[in-house]
Write a protein that binds this ligand. Structure first.
Ligand SMILES: [Zn+2]
Length: 267
């Protein structure tokens, strides 16, 4: 039977003690290296507040050689311009700056309309249209938003793959929210049939890099809608509804920026 000598056992113990200490030190360093950096906790805070937009870009659909829908003695390009000018007055009365993509009966391409909108850094975009349908019974108002904005310019996206916007991008919450405020306010003001808000990749809204919506303010192919739209008072109610919706959306953004409304985590 082998009997260890006591001295060897002592040095074995101290070696084990050192090894234990070393293991603790390594574990400590390992934990420090693998723990999430402190800056990550900052990412969980709400984004820093930015002042809400001061500019509204109003886009009267069609114009010039493009008349849009022509039915029941009504011409879409004329109705859109009329309602746009009315919205402009309402918003200016409330101190907002307005930019029209066209201020008279001229043709402006969809790309140019988007470019005008994108040249305004802090803005929202509202395009005005009127609808037509094969079914004359189709009636009411609906507001569209682009669920996924079109990608950043190719020159950036091509060499920075992580910047490419794909269909996996989160939905366009701001545009959807603006569409909801406008739709609710429009329906309340006009008592029109509420067709709701809908996502649709219309070029003119999908290519605007700010909250952007497109209002279809009634069907020229529907007798009741056409009679109402021929009435300037009704168009004034529409314009007031759209302006109110924009202002309510802006008020909501303002509310979010008051310190009390900012929901900071307690840690
Ligand atoms: Zn149209």
């Amino acid at each position: 039977m082998f009997r260890r000598n006591p001295r060897a056992r002592t040095s074995e113990r101290s070696l084990l003690a050192w090894l234990g200490l070393l293991l603790m030190a390594v574990s400590f360093i390992w934990l420090q290296l693998t723990a999430p950096p402190r800056s990550l906790t900052r990412l969980e805070l709400p984004p820093p507040p930015t002042a809400p937009f001061a500019v509204v870009v109003i886009d009267p659909g069609h114009g010039g050689q493009d008349s849009g829908t022509t039915k029941s003695g009504l011409v879409e390009k004329e109705l859109t311009l009329d309602v746009a000018h009315r919205i402009e007055r309402h918003l200016q009365d409330r101190g907002l700056v307005t930019v029209m993509t066209r201020a008279n009966d001229t043709y402006v391409s969809l790309a140019d309309r988007a470019t005008i909108a994108n040249s305004q850094s802090e803005s929202v975009f509202v395009s005005i249209h009127f609808d037509e349908a094969g079914r004359s019974a189709a009636t009411g108002i609906e507001t569209y938003y682009a669920a996924h904005p079109v990608s950043l310019p190719e020159r950036i996206a091509s060499w920075l793959p992580f910047l490419q916007r794909t269909s996996s991008e989160p939905p366009n919450i701001e545009s959807q929210s603006l569409a909801t405020f406008i739709q609710e306010s429009l329906v309340a003001n006009t008592q029109a049939t509420n067709r709701g808000t809908r996502p649709q990749q219309f070029f003119v809204i999908a290519n605007v890099h700010h909250p952007a919506v497109l209002v279809e303010g009634g069907f020229l192919t529907n007798k009741d809608d056409a009679v109402k739209l021929a009435n300037a008072e009704y168009r004034e109610q529409m314009a007031a509804g759209i302006a109110q919706g924009i202002l309510q959306y802006r008020d909501t953004l303002l509310d979010k920026h008051t310190p009390l409304a900012v929901d900071l985590p307690s840690r």
